[in-house]
Ligand binder design. Structure first.
Ligand SMILES: [Cu+2]
Length: 186
C-alpha cells in the first residue's frame, strides 16, 4: 500500500515536471490509463449480451461479421479467426433484470455439436454455469455466466482445423432466442 502511494507520488512528480505546470491533471490521466490498459498483444473481442438475448458489439472491427443494428450496437453474427490464433472473448452483460433471470455466457463448441441437445442438457446444469458435464468434452472454451454489469473473459487458442464452430449462450431459452453465432476458422 505504502509503496503504491509512493509510486503514485513519483509518477505525479514526473508528469508534473514533464507537463511544466499542468501537472496534476496529467498525472491523473496517466494513472487511469495505466490501470485500464492490459495490452498483452492478444486479440480481444468485446461482446455485449443484451436483454433481447443477442450478442452485440459496439463497433465494427476486422474479423467481425455483423448483422443489423441492435439499438446503439450491431448484432454479432460471426468471428473470423486464423487456425491456432490466440483470442480473448470479453463478454459484458447489460440488463435491467436480476442475474437469476438474465445472465449470459459464451460457449464455443466442437464442430458438429448438436446445439439443441447441448442447450437442453444445460437446463439442469445451473450449478455448473449451465454447462452440462455430459458435454464438457465438446466445449472448446466457455466463460462463466455474467449478470448485469459483470464482465467475463476467456482466452483460448483457435482450433487448427478450418471450418465453422458454433458459439452459444447456454442460459435457459437464450439459444432459442437467437443468442448464437459462428467462429469461422480460415
Ligand atoms: Cu444469454
Amino acid at each position: 500500500m505504502k509503496k503504491t502511494i509512493f509510486s503514485t507520488i513519483l509518477i505525479a512528480i514526473f508528469f508534473g515536471l514533464a507537463a511544466c505546470g499542468g501537472g496534476e491533471e496529467t498525472a491523473e490521466t496517466a494513472d487511469t490509463t495505466e490501470a485500464e490498459v492490459v495490452d498483452d498483444g492478444v486479440r480481444t473481442i468485446e461482446i455485449i449480451g443484451t436483454d433481447d438475448m443477442k450478442y452485440v458489439v459496439a463497433e465494427a472491427a476486422d474479423g467481425l461479421v455483423t448483422g443489423g443494428q441492435a439499438g446503439q450496437n450491431m448484432l454479432l453474427q460471426s468471428i473470423e479467426a486464423a487456425p491456432g490464433e490466440e483470442i480473448r472473448i470479453q463478454l459484458t452483460t447489460v440488463s435491467n433484470l436480476p442475474a437469476t433471470a438474465m445472465s449470459h455466457n459464451f460457449a464455443l463448441v466442437a464442430m458438429g455439436t448438436d446445439l439443441d441437445a447441448f442447450t437442453r442438457a444445460a437446463l439442469t446444469a445451473r450449478d455448473n454455469d449451465y454447462i452440462s458435464p455430459d458435454f464438457e468434452d465438446q466445449v472448446i472454451a466457455a466463460t462463466a455466466m455474467a449478470g448485469n454489469g459483470e464482465t467475463v473473459t476467456i482466452t483460448f487458442t483457435v482450433p487448427e482445423t478450418p471450418g465453422e464452430y458454433d458459439f452459444v449462450c447456454t442460459f435457459p431459452g437464450h439459444f432459442a432466442g437467437g443468442m448464437v453465432g459462428k467462429l469461422i476458422v480460415q
